[in-house]
Ligand binder design. Structure first.
Ligand code: NAP
Length: 311
C-alpha cells in the first residue's frame, strides 16, 4: 500500500513528487513517456520565477533531478484505469504493466495539444504538420511556416520559429490575439512574422510533404491558397483524462473539478495542474496546485491511518 501514487510527470506531478519525497511519503510517480509534460516541448520559459529565459526541457530536467534526489521513485508506465476503493481499502491504479494500491492518488496528467481537425492534418503529421516547435523547428530552415492559433503558445512558438524559418505567418480566427501583451508586442515587432486575421486553416495539402494550405476568412468565407512548407498547430489543449473514471466530477470541457485543497469529489483522489478546471494554466500555478495537494494528501492520509487502526 503506497501513501501516494502521482499520475503524470509534468511540473505538477514533479512538484508533488518533490514535496512527497521530501516529506518521506511512500510515493511513486507514474509517467507514460519521459517526465516533463508539455513544458519539455516549450522552447523558452520567461515567467517561471528565479529562472529567467530558461528552456522548457532544462527547467523540467532540473525538476526531475530535484525529485529523484529526494528519493522519488519514477516509473515509466501508462495508467489505464483507476479503481476507486471504499473506506480504507485504498485506490487501485492499473497500468500497462501492473497495478498499485494507494491511500491517495494525485492526477496530474495535464493536457494534450488540440488538433485542428481539418482535412490533411492527420496524414501530414511528421511531414510538415507539427505540434512542437522545439522538436521540429530546425527542419524548417529558410522555409515558410504557418502557425495556427492566437494564444501564448502560438505566439511564443512563432517567435521561436523565426530562428529557423524565412517567414512565419500566424493564422488566427479572430482579429486580435489572446496572447499576453508582452509576447504580442515582440511578435508585432518581428519582421519575419505576418498575421492573417479572422481566418482558419481549412485544409493542408501536398505530397508527400506539406506544400500549401487553404485559408478561409471566417467573415467573408473567401478561401485562398497559401504556400506553406510547414504547419505548426497551437490551438489550445484538451485534458488527458482518458483513464479517469466517470465517478470523478469533471466540467463541461472534461477538466477535473477540485476544491481549493485540490480534492476531487472522491475521498483520497486529488488533482493538480492543467488537468483541473481553473482559469490560469501556468507552470507556476501547476507547481502551486501540487504543493497544496500534498498538504491535503498528508491530512487525508493521517485520517486514513487513524481509521485503519480503528477498524
Ligand atoms: P489557449 O490560450 O487556449 O489559446 C488557444 C488559441 O487557439 C486561441 O487563440 C484560440 O482562439 C485558438 N483556437 C482554439 N481552437 C481553435 C480552432 N479549432 N481553430 C483555430 N483556432 C483555435 O492555448 P495556449 O496558447 O496553448 O495556452 C494554454 C494555456 O497555457 C494558457 O492558459 C496560456 O496562458 C498558458 N501558456 C502560458 C505561457 C506563458 O505564460 N509563457 C506559454 C504558453 C502557454 P480564440 O482566441 O479565438 O479563443
Amino acid at each position: 500500500m503506497f501513501d501516494l501514487i502521482i499520475i503524470g510527470g509534468g511540473p505538477a506531478g514533479l512538484t508533488a513528487g518533490i514535496y512527497a519525497a521530501r516529506s518521506k511519503m511512500n510515493a511513486v510517480l507514474l509517467e507514460k513517456m519521459v517526465p516533463g509534460g508539455n513544458v519539455s516541448i516549450t522552447s523558452e520559459v520567461e515567467n517561471y520565477p528565479g529562472t529567467p529565459n530558461v528552456s522548457g526541457p532544462e527547467l523540467v530536467i532540473n525538476m526531475e533531478k530535484q525529485a529523484r534526489d529526494f528519493g522519488l521513485d519514477i516509473k515509466s508506465e501508462e495508467v489505464v484505469s483507476i479503481e476507486v476503493g471504499a473506506g480504507t481499502k485504498g485506490h487501485t491504479v492499473k497500468t500497462d504493466s501492473g497495478e498499485y494500491v494507494s491511500k491517495s492518488v494525485l492526477i496530474a496528467t495535464g493536457s494534450n495539444p488540440r488538433r485542428l481537425g481539418c482535412p490533411g492534418e492527420e496524414e501530414h503529421i511528421g511531414k510538415g504538420v507539427s505540434y512542437c516547435a522545439t522538436c521540429d523547428g530546425a527542419f524548417f530552415r529558410e522555409k515558410e511556416i504557418v502557425v495556427a492559433g492566437g494564444g501564448d503558445s502560438a505566439v511564443e512558438e512563432a517567435l521561436f520559429l523565426t530562428k529557423f524559418a524565412s517567414k512565419v505567418t500566424i493564422v488566427h480566427r479572430r482579429d486580435r490575439l489572446r496572447a499576453t501583451r508582452i509576447i504580442q508586442e515582440k511578435a508585432f515587432k518581428n519582421s519575419k512574422i505576418d498575421f492573417i486575421w479572422d481566418s482558419v486553416i481549412d485544409s493542408i495539402e501536398g505530397t508527400p510533404t506539406v506544400k500549401n494550405v487553404k485559408i478561409r476568412n471566417v467573415k467573408t468565407s473567401e478561401v485562398t491558397d497559401f504556400k506553406a512548407d510547414g504547419v505548426f498547430v497551437f490551438v489550445g489543449y484538451i485534458p488527458g483524462t482518458e483513464f479517469v473514471p466517470g465517478i470523478i466530477s469533471k466540467n463541461n470541457e472534461g477538466y477535473i473539478i477540485t476544491d481549493i485543497e485540490m480534492r476531487t469529489n472522491i475521498p483520497g483522489v486529488f488533482a493538480a495542474g492543467d488537468i483541473i478546471s481553473k482559469k490560469q494554466r501556468q507552470i507556476v500555478t501547476a507547481c502551486g496546485d501540487a504543493a497544496t495537494a500534498i498538504k491535503s494528501i498528508e491530512s487525508y492520509n493521517e485520517w486514513y491511518y487513524e481509521e485503519d487502526q480503528y477498524i
